[in-house]
Design a protein around this ligand. Structure first.
Ligand code: ADP
Ligand code: ADP
Length: 229
């Protein structure tokens, strides 16, 4: 049994006003194993975000099922860390408090939250910026906070939707390298959405290629990480 299983997923979106129906995902089955770094690659509109959002529990399949450790997903959960294109930090809270906010909601005390946040702030190379406010951070640093926040509760899987798409080329390269280091250090399982072939090849231990209209899987490639990339 695979760690994450998408079984015969079909997803349609209805526009009741215009009486149209979009077939976004057309019978996709995909299994992910622990410690895989899987890139979902395809053109804009092919259904990558929709597929990721179903694993996140933000969307539900029209047909088929999404399972994590053989349990059907019934909504979002702390077992899945999310990183979006925009980190959407809370500007009134310092870095460490943004990272640890979910623990605050769970009633964890200040000192414990700070300690928990620190190792992930260090992991994304933001040591020393704990007390800074989001307004004082560059786009890359803000996204590092977003990644630390996603790592915080040691999620079973990290779901990333074009997290570096808004960054300049140099920052993007730095952060891609950092993400590979984090993946190796924490033995993370990552599902990463991108429309960039370069990015998929730099990052992935596996590249799943989707086609457009309707969204289907066209190819599923395991990358041999022992060989030079
Ligand atoms: P990608 O992430 O590959 O760019 P999306 O998953 O965002 O693709 O979208 C796939 C298709 O589904 C597109 O045609 C998009 O317009 C449509 N779609 C996605 N979400 C919705 C929604 N909430 N309502 C209606 N159509 C949607
Ligand atoms: P991406 O960068 O992945 O291509 P999109 O701009 O396609 O992102 O979509 C961003 C979000 O908006 C997605 O989560 C998707 O579900 C939603 N979305 C996409 N198309 C539509 C649509 N036509 N109507 C409503 N929501 C949509």
């Amino acid at each position: 049994m695979s760690f994450i299983q998408l079984n015969n997923i079909v997803k349609t979106f209805n526009d009741s006003q215009r009486q149209t129906e979009t077939l976004a995902i057309d019978d996709i089955s995909l299994s992910l194993e622990k410690k895989e770094f899987a890139c979902l690659l395809g053109p804009s509109g092919c259904g990558k975000s929709t597929l990721l959002n179903m694993v996140a529990g933000f969307e539900y399949p029209t047909l088929g099922s999404v399972k994590i450790e053989n349990k059907v997903i019934t909504g979002p959960g702390a077992d899945r860390g999310m990183v979006f294109q925009q980190p959407n930090l809370m500007p009134w809270l310092p870095v460490w408090d943004n990272v640890a906010f979910s623990l605050k909601l769970q009633g964890v005390g200040r000192k414990q939250r700070q300690d928990a946040a620190q190792q992930y702030i260090d992991a994304v190379n933001l040591t020393g910026f704990e007390q800074h406010f989001p307004g004082a951070l560059s786009g890359g640093m803000a996204q590092r906070v977003g990644i630390a926040r996603a790592l915080l509760q040691n999620p079973a899987v990290i779901l990333m939707d074009e997290p570096f798409a808004a960054l300049d080329a140099q920052t993007k390269l730095e952060m891609q390298e950092e993400l590979v280091t984090i993946w190796q250090k924490y033995n993370s399982t990552i599902l990463f959405v991108t429309h960039s072939v370069d990015e998929a090849l730099i990052l992935g231990s596996r590249v799943v290629i989707m086609t457009h209209r309707p969204g289907k899987i066209r190819d599923d490639i395991k990358i041999d990480l022992e060989r030079p990339r």
